[in-house]
Ligand binder design. Sequence first.
Ligand SMILES: [Fe+2]
Length: 240
Amino acid sequence: MSQDQNSYNIYSMELGPMENFVYLIHDKASDKAAIVDPAWEVEEMLDLADSKGIQITDILLTHSHNDHVNGLQKTLEHSDATIHLLKPEAKFWGANLSQPVLHHGGDQIKIGDSQINVLHTPGHTPGSACYHVGNDLIAGDTLFVFGCGRCDLAGGDPEEMFQTLKKMKTELPAATVLHPGHNYAPQAPTSTLENQCQGNPFLHFDKPADFVKYRMHVHDKIRETPYEAVSKQQALDAIK
Ligand SMILES: [Fe+2]
């Protein structure tokens, strides 16, 4: 709807056995694009770009987990594209990438006329990133529709995740459209930050210790995908 006023389109595909989303941020004026988290049957997205005459110039990684990067090689064989990720994620991952651009939070990436802001959002992994373009946020495994990324895997940190989500809640406009890294949504695969503030249990806690308890010890025992909305009272009752 609002896309016509933007300098870009966002295409999304749900691919693979883990409901991963692969995104394409297409700058309309230049027909250049960034692919985000190339994985699984990524050739479907590469074919879509080809069919529309779109050149993939950049690859943005939200984080280094295999289910988000296992199409990297195929993408590099298809397009002579530059890889972008955060410096702490590159260090955490340790992969031997060919000439990646290593970012810090606050950096900007330009695809033609479209400017993408890089947010450092640690918690799921040390160098997790969200990519903010116009009114859209490509969030990787930091924030899902009514969910958030696990913090119990290597490099995860629930206290950092609490701070990350608090910052997102306070600093991003309520109308921001969330494009998550997995489709765990009950209905529409996207949502606004405003709707998430109302129904995402991970955005309901004011105290770090409450968040940590819910994320690490309660959530996985009481919820499964697709995630339905949870009220603040329900979230607080769950950790009693
Ligand atoms: Fe992940």
